[in-house]
Structure formats: C-alpha cells, structure tokens
Write a protein that binds this ligand. Structure first.
Ligand SMILES: *Cc1c(COP(=O)(O)O)cnc(C)c1O
Length: 375
C-alpha cells in the first residue's frame, strides 16, 4: 500500500505531470513570469468555471481577504463579524487594518457561522460580515445576504476551503461559494482543493466597480503606471502558479468528487460507532470536503488516538486546536473563556483524517479500521 498522506500532492502530480511540466517549460521559455498570458488564461477559465464576472488573481488567500477589506473604505473602529472557529487569517487581516473583529460562535453540526448569533452581533458600528465556508461547505448565504441587506453591510466570503462548492437557494438556484457576497476570497495554497505549487489566491466579484478597485488596490493603488491614487499592496499571482492552476482547474470537479467518495467511505464506516460524530452535510450546500473532520466523544482520548494512528503510519490533524478568542495574540477583554462554547468544545474534540483526491479504497479501509480499533 502506498504511504498515507494528509494530502497526497505527489500522486496527484504524477497524473498531470506532462501537462504541468510542459506548461512550466513554456513559461520558462517565454520568461513572462509576472502578468504573463498564463495568468489571464487562468483568470478567464476560473471566471467561466465559477460563473462570476470578475476573478482578480493575487498572491495568497490572506492577501485576498486584506485587499477585499481595504477596498471597502472602512475606518478604524468599524466592526467586522466573523467566527471564532476558523483559520487565523480571517481575523488577522481585520485586526491588521485597525478594524475591530467581532467574533461569534459556530453551529455544532456544520461548524459554520451561527446565524442567530450573527444577527445579535450586529451593532451600528458593524460594516461587514466575513462568513467562512469551513471545511468545504457553504454557510447559509441566503440568510446572511438578507441580514446584510437589511443592515446595509458588506459580505466578504472566505471561500479558501470551499472552491467548487455550490450554495443552494430555497428556490433551488445554485451558485458557487465565493460568488454570492460582494466579494469572495480564495487561497491556492498547495493543500487547498485547488492548490498551486507555491502561494496563490484570488478575489471574486460580480460588481464592476468593486472589481476595478480590487485590481487597483492589489497593484500598489495604481491605475496608470507610477501614478498612485490610493495606498495599495503588491499582491500578484505569478505565471508558473497560473499554469499549474489552469491544468488542475480542469480536474477540480473530479478531485472534489474523489474527496466526496472518500468522505462517504469514512462516514459509512464510522456512523455505526457511538463514540464518534461524523461530519454533517448541510442541506443547502454541496460539500467539497476540504477536511473530513470527526468529533470524538468524551470517552475517546484524542492524543492517544493520534499516537495510535501515527504508529500505523496514518497522519491526523487538529483543525483547529485553539479558538480565536483564546489565541494569545487575540485575547481581548470583550471575550472570556466560555463565551463561544461550541468553538471551545470543537477545539477539544475534533480530529481531521487524511483527505485528498488520491485516497484508495485500500487506504480508506486501513485508516477506518485503525480508528475503530482504538476508539
Ligand atoms: C488557507 C486559508 C486562508 C489563507 O490562505 P493563504 O493562501 O494561506 O494565505 C484563509 N482562510 C481560510 C479559512 C483558510 O483555510
């Protein structure tokens, strides 16, 4: 059996090696490393795939979130609502820009934004909401967009983990995550569902004015070369990464389908076990399984389980071990232990298993039996 990885980029590369190698060689031959035709090609193909008017490539997902916030013309002290159970980047950029992160809890089944808490967190200072489509399925964008409209708020979707997932509106209409709010952000970090071979990211919007602003902010605040109308940043996707992404974009639906197959295998094996809670699929979203995350019941010792799996050559990860309001850099007198009980409980009980497009049935059988013999 092939060795088991959290994310098996090597095996995936072997299947698309010729296309990737040729594409990278073309970039080397052309020396168009920055703003070359490969970036434009990928941008247009991704616009088509997502059904969105504008894709603005940038350097990484964190930059995408920062550029999105910079574009909205917010002032220090303006409040931006996001969840306490997420990767730090979401709150980091809010804090970096002198805005005030307002944290709310998540739902115990989907790990996504608690919608009751969301409405309660809105104050006259609130300017934007950043829903995070955690682990690969969409937040309830219908409720979020309606609330945003009612209170005149911007919505920036953190779609770093959910590229390819559809939100399903109550009338049955489907839209890709990241294309529903004012601005969507994604990351092409190698281990994401659509990952490059370095750093990369992108912004999405259907609004022409916002698109223009995002492009300017991501490019030193300049529209005309060497004339800077506002303070921007330098955030670009390079041509080599674009070639890799364009090659992988063609396979994204297959990759996500393979992940779903692996998730189904896990869940059917684990659902009989009364010491584990398998991930719950939201009714109004498809799931692209960025992570397959179990909740361990009280009787299961997580540390011992991880050790047992490691002994058998099976990696497992805790996403995320500390909620944002308990992170040293984000400690804030507004929040205390116990304020976000679901996030705090999840941080103590979640365990993510290997999840990628190349998992074989043999590996899945091996992993599931290794988990079940210990819990
Ligand atoms: C990966 C990730 C980011 C940051 O993306 P980078 O490309 O690593 O900067 C932000 N938010 C979430 C939810 C992520 O998973």
């Amino acid at each position: 059996m092939k060795s088991i990885q959290m994310v098996d980029l090597k095996s995936q590369y072997q299947h698309i090696k010729t296309e990737i190698d040729n594409g990278i060689q073309d970039v080397l031959d052309s020396c168009a490393f920055i703003n070359g035709p490969a970036v434009k090609r990928f941008q247009e193909n991704l616009e088509k795939y997502l059904g969105v008017k504008h894709v603005i490539p940038c350097a990484n997902g964190t930059d995408a979130l920062q550029v999105a916030l910079m574009t909205l013309g917010l002032k220090p002290g303006d409040e931006v609502i996001t969840t306490s159970f997420t990767f730090v980047a979401t709150a980091e950029v809010i804090a970096l820009l002198g805005l005030t992160p307002v944290l709310i809890d998540v739902e115990p089944d989907t790990f996504n934004m608690d919608l009751n808490a969301l409405e309660k967190a809105i104050t006259p200072k609130t300017k934007a909401i950043i829903p995070v489509h955690l682990f690969g399925q969409s937040c309830d964008m219908e409720v979020i967009m309606n609330l945003a409209k009612k209170h005149n708020l911007f919505v920036i979707e953190d779609a770093c983990q959910s590229i390819g997932a559809d939100f399903i509106f109550s009338d049955g209409r489907r839209q890709k995550t990241g294309t529903i709010g004012d601005i969507g952000c994604t990351s092409f970090f190698p281990s994401k569902n659509l990952g490059c071979y370095g750093d990369g990211g992108a912004l999405f919007t259907n609004d022409d004015t916002l698109a223009e602003k995002l492009r300017v902010i991501a490019n030193h605040g300049m529209k005309v070369r060497y004339y800077h109308d506002e303070i921007g940043v330098n955030s670009r996707l390079d041509s080599i990464q674009a070639v890799v992404l364009d090659a992988k974009l063609k396979h994204l639906d297959t990759y996500n389908a393979n992940r779903a197959k692996a998730a189904d295998y896990y869940s059917s094996a684990f659902s009989k076990c009364d010491k584990l809670t398998v991930p719950v699929k939201a009714k109004n979203s498809t799931h692209v399984w960025h992570q397959y995350t179990l909740q361990l019941h009280e009787t299961v010792n997580r540390g011992e389980l991880i050790e047992h799996l490691a002994d058998k050559g099976i990696p497992a990860m805790i996403y995320y071990p500390v909620p944002l309001h308990q992170q040293k850099a984000y400690l804030d007198p507004r929040y205390k232990d116990g304020d976000f009980p679901i996030s705090e409980k999840l941080a103590k009980t979640v365990l993510s298993l290997p999840m990628h497009s190349e998992l074989t049935e043999e590996q899945l059988a091996y992993i599931t039996s290794a988990v079940l013999e210990k819990v």
